[in-house]
Design a protein around this ligand. Sequence first.
Ligand code: DX5
Ligand code: ZN
Length: 234
Amino acid sequence: MDVTQLLADLHAAAPLVGPSLLAADFGNLESEIGRLEEAGAEVLHLDIMDGHFVPNLSFGLPVVEAIRRLTRLPLDVHLMLSEPARYARRFRQAGAEVITFHIEAVPQPVALLEEIRRSGAATGLTLNPSTPVSALEEYLDLCDLVLVMSVMPGFGGQTFQPAALDKLRRLRELAGSSLLLSVDGGVDHQTIGACTEAGADLLVVGTGLFGGDDYGRRLAELTGLARAVGDVQI
Ligand code: DX5
Ligand code: ZN
């Protein structure tokens, strides 16, 4: 998929929910992805953990390749790796269309952002709850998106940290409407509206979406709440 078209599509569809497969049943990925497609998902979020940058392991290249064979949906790959530069190109080859990595892991991210863009993927930086927006401010021009973590990365099912909302607002102020803003961690029925109110375009949802019987209904509810911005308070 052409990256310019993909970014235009994501902007046009925003705000939209990006299901995080971390919360899926890994024994039934084919059926989980099929159910997400039927539910109307427009992008899939894949969490890659190395047990070093974060204190957990998830899955790696062979699983991303397998997911690529199962779906045509764009894959938004979130690298929670100490050395993303060693692997970014291989995730691209495995089928990633969007690749984000952490500013804490790569404080000088220009070369890697440029490399990922040259590879034909969209790219951007992500920041932990303890990292201020100022850490990545000077690199915003090289980012197609910024992923704001609203929990410490590493595990699904954590409680949303409202400080992420100020970061989203600040990023929107700094970057204007062309930057895609994503938020990840603890996004659910209760918090999703505040995220879009603060400027988020792509709402990554794991445990808030999976596990139930009807992904279509849940996805529609979450999307409805995301779009019903108004008097949301956390
Ligand atoms: C956390 C991951 C998230 C995670 C979100 O390290 O980056 O994508 O799957 O899960 P929930 O929605 O359960 O907080
Ligand atoms: Zn993630």
